[in-house]
Design a protein around this ligand. Structure first.
Ligand code: F6P
Length: 500
């Protein structure tokens, strides 16, 4: 924990509009370039130069560089589970240590297995893949397939995702498929997740073809085989990869099947480029440092309790839900590494929606609500379609909203007054490719990790999800009438449900 703290940083005295109008160089000075042509403009954040100096002093006293070295080198950065967090070794070798290099070698081997499975299925009658998983075993692959597959010229497989335990999800999908042309992937790091196992049972009973059923898990020796998936059809996952950081591993197999092995390689190369940028770039030219420190400033100095991610690209509409798990499951903690309570606030609520749809739903509150949110607006400069006017309109709306949030527009009529001073960052991608998507996602992964370093919390465990799961396991026999719930309200609700 550093002796510097976000709370010590001065609150701004000028508005965003005043800061930018007083200094025409700020827009360019706060525009930070990253790998794969990514860039982010932080000039519409509320910090002035003095606060930025304090933020980078905080980064220095927290020693961001050493923290990244520790994580990428395979040190135990997940102390409560005594694990490394080596998602970076799945896509490259940013730091050479015995542990990290061994992890990289295992990941390479798994990539060979994934390619071989692609070739095997491509040589068969299979046209549809059903990917069953939840959380980190679903959100990342689902985002990448939704973002990249539709525009893929030589697409070989259609990939369908089922995550919710609600049978409606499977019930809607299976009738649309031909079992003779379908393969099933059961993706679960632990292979103990109720939703995935229950949905897996339904899908396997429907498919009746074990030779076209595969699993991705760390639990090969036990649960997957007991489930009836022979070890030769199980691809590895490892406990040194967090679920919400796992799309770069065999958990990403649905992505590889949807965009092809070369496309998957490019996704990983983009992320690896961001790893190198995070590790090697000077602090003031380091996109991951700026993004993390901006989040710490908005939460720790301004006390903002919600952050909206607004991708102005239809293909990135699943990015906000993906980030909700990555950011909130990582940073939603109240205990420091030594078990003492955290100082100040940790993660705000992350949410969002695609532009321009969101402009016609929750933007009213973003502009004129009493609560101020911080925002990331994400634009893709070159589209994959030929509707040029639509694309110009999309970008013009992004720019207009960023300006309106920052500068507002005063009116004596409060109904028509725009207070502005809504801090926002504009992130730009030259185009949406596997490489730029990989780099974008890795940017947020590193930002999350660096925020955890400032707050001195463990971003790689998630004990908070266990109580609900345990209680749910106890509810099943209660709903079947086999047991009584000890909680009076639950007992009442169970009986009202059972008596319907
Ligand atoms: O319940 C939360 C969680 O444990 C996530 O961290 C994880 O990504 C998800 O469930 C799925 O877990 P698994 O991959 O083990 O099925």
């Amino acid at each position: 924990m550093s002796d510097q703290s976000p709370v010590a940083i001065a609150r701004p005295t000028s508005s965003v509009a005043e800061l930018n109008h007083a200094d025409p160089t700020r827009a360019a000075r706060f525009d930070i370039a990253g790998p794969c042509g990514l860039a982010a403009n932080f000039s519409r954040q509320r910090y002035d130069d003095a606060a930025v100096d304090q933020l980078f002093a905080l980064a220095a006293s927290c020693n961001f560089g050493a923290a990244l070295q520790r994580q990428m080198g395979g040190e135990i950065v997940n102390p409560t589970e005594q694990r490394a967090a080596l998602h970076t070794a799945l896509r490259g070798q940013p730091v050479h240590t015995k542990v990290a290099d061994a992890a990289f070698a295992q990941a390479q081997q798994a990539r060979v297995q994934m390619r071989a499975l692609y070739e095997q299925l491509a040589g068969s009658d299979v046209t549809d893949i059903v990917s069953i998983g939840i959380g980190g075993s679903d959100l990342g692959p689902r985002l990448a397939v939704d973002a990249l597959a539709a525009e893929q010229a030589d697409r070989r497989f259609r990939v369908h995702f089922v995550s919710n335990v609600d049978g409606a999800a499977m019930g809607r999908l299976l009738p649309t498929l031909d079992p003779a042309r379908t393969a099933i992937l059961l993706i679960s790091k632990t292979f103990t997740t109720q939703e995935t196992l229950l949905n897996g049972e339904i899908a396997c009973a429907w498919l009746q073809a074990p030779e076209r059923t595969f699993a991705i898990t760390t639990n090969a020796s036990g649960a997957a085989e007991r489930f009836g998936i022979a070890s030769e059809r199980v691809l590895p996952m490892w406990d040194w990869v967090g679920g919400r950081y796992s799309m770069w591993s065999a958990v990403g197999l649905p992505v590889l099947l949807a965009i092809g092995p070369d496309g998957f390689d490019q996704l990983l190369e983009g992320a690896a480029a961001m790893d190198k940028h995070a590790l090697e770039s000077e602090p003031r030219s380091n996109l991951t440092y700026w993004h993390a420190l901006t989040a710490v400033y908005n939460r720790g100095v301004l006390g903002l309790c919600s952050h909206a991610v607004l991708p102005y690209d239809e293909r990135l509409k699943l990015f906000p839900p993906y980030l909700q798990q990555l950011v909130m499951e990582s940073l939603g903690k109240s205990a420091q590494l030594d078990g003492s309570p955290v100082v100040g606030q940790t993660v705000p609520v992350w949410w969002g929606g695609a532009g321009t749809d969101s402009q016609h739903s929750f933007f009213q509150a973003l502009h004129q609500g009493t609560q101020v949110e911080s925002m990331d607006l994400i634009g893709v400069l070159k589209p994959a379609h030929n509707y040029a006017t639509n694309h110009l309109a999309l970008l013009s709306n992004l720019l207009a909203q960023s300006e309106a949030f920052a500068n507002g527009q005063a009116s004596t009529d409060l109904h028509r007054n725009y207070a502005g001073n809504r801090p926002n960052t504009v992130i730009r991608l030259p185009s949406l490719t596997p490489g730029t998507l990989g780099a974008l996602i890795a940017l947020y992964e590193h930002s999350v990790y660096l925020q955890s370093v400032v707050w001195n919390i463990n971003p790689f465990d998630q004990f908070g999800v266990e109580l609900g799961k345990r209680l749910a396991n106890g509810m099943l026999p209660a709903l079947r009438g086999e047991t009584e719930s000890s909680d009076p309200v639950t007992a009442y609700l169970v009986s009202s449900i059972r008596n319907v």
